[in-house]
Structure formats: structure tokens, C-alpha cells
Design a protein. Structure first.
Length: 164
């Protein structure tokens, strides 16, 4: 009998949480307005892809080699065709620096090629796995997600900022 009461209570709590979820999302969306994307990201034509490598602990952790993040990202950028890929950073408007860290995160830093300031940073978690084939699949999916995030970022409308 006590078990039935507990299950009923869990059901009520779950129902309340589900009912409140849309209201909580509405509150969050009415919060802080989105800050503008730096115009240089939206208007640049040429990028240099920089290989920031990967942490040594990941080399034998289901990724083909230390240049695999760079190779996959470079290929994805080339296939996308949004930016012209520069052979030298001095010929580019932006530098896209790809790095795979020991926390199983693919990280992309977007830097202004002239000032060297970081304009934006994107990150995707690579799912944990026990099998090499699963790790490779997770890595490929994280790279695809990172590219999707980059595409969304670069297609946002530019929001004018006030100099006042």
C-alpha cells in the first residue's frame, strides 16, 4: 500500500514538473537578450584552419591519430564552401583553431587574423565509449554537431550595436 502511495506521489511530482516546463522555458527566453555576433565572423570570406592538436591522453583513445580533429574539420570546412580556405594565416580574415582536449571536447576558437583576439568559441562533447568503433562514431557526430553550430553562428543576422 505504501508503495502505491509513493508511486502516486512520484506521478504527481512528474506531472507538475512537466506542466511547469513550458512556463520555465518561456521565462528563460524572455531573459537576457542575445548579444550580437561579431560582424567580422559574418562578413569574412577567407579563413585559415589552425591545428591546435589534441591532448596526448587521447591519441590512443579511439581517434586515428593526433591530426584527426584537424583533418576532419578541414575536410568539413572544404565541403561546406562558406569560406575560402587560406594557405597562410596572413592571407585570412579569420583563424579557426581546432583542438581536442582531455575532457573529450572538440573546441573551435575563432580568432581575428589581424588582431589575434578570440571572437567566438564553440565546443562539442565527444561521447564516452568503450569500443573504438563507438568512439570513432561519437567523434564524427561531435564534429558534425560542431559544424552545425558554426553554420548557425555564421548565418545569424548582424545586430547593430550602439557606440553611445
Amino acid at each position: 500500500m505504501l508503495r502505491i502511495i509513493r508511486l502516486g506521489m512520484y506521478g504527481i511530482v512528474l506531472a507538475i514538473a512537466l506542466a511547469a516546463a513550458p512556463a520555465m522555458q518561456a521565462q528563460q527566453s524572455r531573459g537576457t537578450p542575445a548579444a550580437p555576433v561579431p560582424p567580422r565572423i559574418l562578413t569574412s570570406q577567407r579563413v585559415f584552419v589552425s591545428n591546435a592538436g589534441m591532448d596526448a591522453s587521447l591519441i590512443f583513445n579511439g581517434v586515428s591519430g593526433p591530426d584527426e580533429p584537424y583533418n576532419q574539420f578541414y575536410a568539413a570546412m572544404k565541403n561546406w564552401g562558406r569560406y575560402e580556405l587560406a594557405a597562410d594565416p596572413s592571407d585570412a580574415d579569420l583563424v579557426f583553431e581546432i583542438h581536442y582536449d582531455s575532457y573529450d571536447q572538440l573546441q573551435l576558437s575563432i580568432l581575428d587574423a589581424k588582431t589575434h583576439f578570440t571572437l567566438w568559441h564553440l565546443m562539442q562533447l565527444v561521447g564516452a565509449a568503450n569500443l573504438k568503433s563507438t568512439k570513432e562514431r561519437n567523434f564524427t557526430q561531435a564534429m558534425a554537431n560542431l559544424m552545425d553550430d558554426l553554420k548557425k553562428l555564421t548565418t545569424q543576422p548582424s545586430v547593430p550595436t550602439s557606440d553611445k
